[in-house]
Design a protein around this ligand. Sequence first.
Ligand code: FUB
Ligand code: ZN
Length: 820
Amino acid sequence: MKRFFLSATALAVLALASVASFAQDEPKQAMREVPFTEVKLDDNYWAPRIEANRVVSVPHNIKWCETETGRIDNFKIAAGLQKGEFKGIYFDDSDVYKIIEGFAYSLAAHPDAELKKKADEWIDYIGKSQQDDGYLMCYFTLVKPDEKWTNLASMHELYCAGHMAEAAVAYQRATGDDKFVKINRRLLDLICKRYGPNEGQLKNVAGHEEIELALVKMYQLTGDKKYLDEAKFFVDARGVAEGREKGLFGEYCQDMIPVREQTEIVGHAVRAMYLYCGATDVAGYYRDDALMAAMRRIFNNVTRNKMYITGGIGSSRSNEGFEENFKLPNKEAYCETCAAIGMLFWSHRMNLATGEAKFADVMERSAYNGFMSGYGLNGDSYFYVNPLLSDGNHHRQPFFGCACCPSNVIRALPSIPGYVYATAESDAAKSGDDTLVVNMYATGKATVELGDKIVEVEQQTRYPYDGKVFIKTTAKMKDANAEFTPFIVKTRIPEWTGLDRPADGYAVRSIAKPGATFALDFPTDVVRMVANPNVKDDNNRVALQRGPIVYCFEQVDNRGVRVDRIILPKNPEFRVETRVNFISDGNVNEATKGAASRTVDVIRVKDINGVDLTAVPYCVWDNRSAGRMCVWVRQAGLDSNAEDYADAKNWTDADGEPILYKSLDSKYLSDDVPEIAGDDVEFDGSNTTDSLSTLDYYNQAEKPNGSGDQNNPRATWWDHLGTNEWFEYSFAKPRKLTSCAVYWFDDTGRGRCRVPESWYITYQEPGSDEWKKVNAKDEYSCDRDRDVVVNFDEINASAIRINAKLQKDVSGGVLRWVVK
Ligand code: FUB
Ligand code: ZN
């Protein structure tokens, strides 16, 4: 009956929800989290990074908040403890909260009196800056006190409150002290009073989501349902125009239609991730199947259309977010570190909610690649933006004006152990959860409460660089007098293995004895991955992946070829080598010196011209000498526009679900591969610019910046002076050609290459050794600074050459050569 007294707006919101309005105490979840505090990793990948976070990143971030920027001063000034003006960006408070959250996770795993003192000092300033009504945000207190709550679309008051809540909850869980939670609850209570579905409450939502998931966390800590209802309100009210003071905020804020009706992921990537984390939580507590169905739809949309192979999301810089399906440029890829972290959070929630390994597959991809690429191995540098192709000008930074990413890493990294295990209840369970779920593989130990017993579980493995995993479980009944009851261990079969797997993606073992050991052995061959051909930027290209690790080529390892021009042969032979001291130059930070995170497996392979190449894990790039980097390299014989490749646009997995990336099927490699030959093309091992890869069969080269472009790779006949020379493409299958474009290299003023004196094109017909001249329709120009195009009568060629007569006493070469 009470509902009849609600406003029309509230009714609209409630109608949209169309689900049970009362939360259950426990969420509907197929699996339950095993908290990170119960899991101790001792592996070569995560443990050193978590340690670097603790010993380097924590003091580094403290320094940046206290002395390099005004983040802590802002609180002191707002508290009246110090004079001064607000400095920085209006939402800088949120970085301080995320860093305190990081402190708390660090303290929970590793008590540290000094760090606790620092957290207490900061919390003290925060508490003192709170206003009488509970309001707390330094920017408004100090700069625009009259404009509080007036611009939720842009001004992040709810975002900051949410980050404070996450930090406060973490702090109380780590220390048992509720002082920060008390501060935060005064602010949350103010928010709950202002905004809500009831008469007299405002129906506004946050421009930048975060408050939703944070309110759920506050409910989980305190048991106060008010917070859960408020989270539900914010999820329900998004995309509902009625009653909103300033109308909808639009796609950028996922605020265009109600969340339950959304199908495509749009807008700002971090906002989207935080929203869907909160919405997944709400769906669980309110048994809201429609909301959960929307989460699946949106998750499918992003992972099938808008996610990079690295797990990075949000391709566009302009909205820090999503573009249309399949638009995934590599060089311009934004892929904010925070967005990968958000995807980690959301996929973990989806995995727990559904019990399906496919969500943990995404979690794993994001964790090892898109997330960890954002964190420098020394612990004191970060990427905000994570492109998959770099011209050598993208580098890690100690901090940023907008420092959301460093502060996100500091809290997300120590919580990684919490992603390793989960528990679940089998159909046969008699006393709660009876199933230990292993989602991630890493050497270490954990203690897991499993219904009537406690299970100690231990893993030994070199994962992610090796697929062998030894698992030992030792179970004890809680009641020492009780008879031992069997339990189940479910191990995720990673999707990257390509192995057949059951519908939920887990292998199941029944453990009938208290002590048991077993081994898993996942194949970790190097795999060439290809993208759905709708992703134009990856056409004709492959990315190397081994296990869950995506690789890239960095210029520092590959002197003989410019890395973005690499062409792999049809049947490359890969060798894997372990580098124990990956950072061996002067970049080593003493504090993390010797950390085993510097041990990585690299891949060795030869390119199409026999040049030795080295690929390194994408997550560790730009930790050594600066230079170009490339994930997707060209694959000889792969033509994404070929007719027999068309079916790739409709790739599906074993369940008939569309997929974006899969391992290269050799049936797609055509024999129509040019063998690139040259007459005395010189390679200087240390000169990265002189390269046969500029002979651009694939017609994808960037336009050189003039004939003297020193940054473009070139193929030259150096040091032949004044001679007759040629370059040749030869084809395994004849090709019908009608034109040729040459961009001559000429370094007048710097070197001794010039445009040639004259030139002409010849070709061989199939089965003939004779070189015939083409019937040219255009002049054989020797112009500088342009593509010289020569059209000719159609030829059927098994090989084609450009033949040049060099000018007297000088050499020559090309910046690119394209035939069509
Ligand atoms: O607006 C707060 C944070 O700053 C966002 O999550 C990031 O994308 C950056 O814009
Ligand atoms: Zn960020």
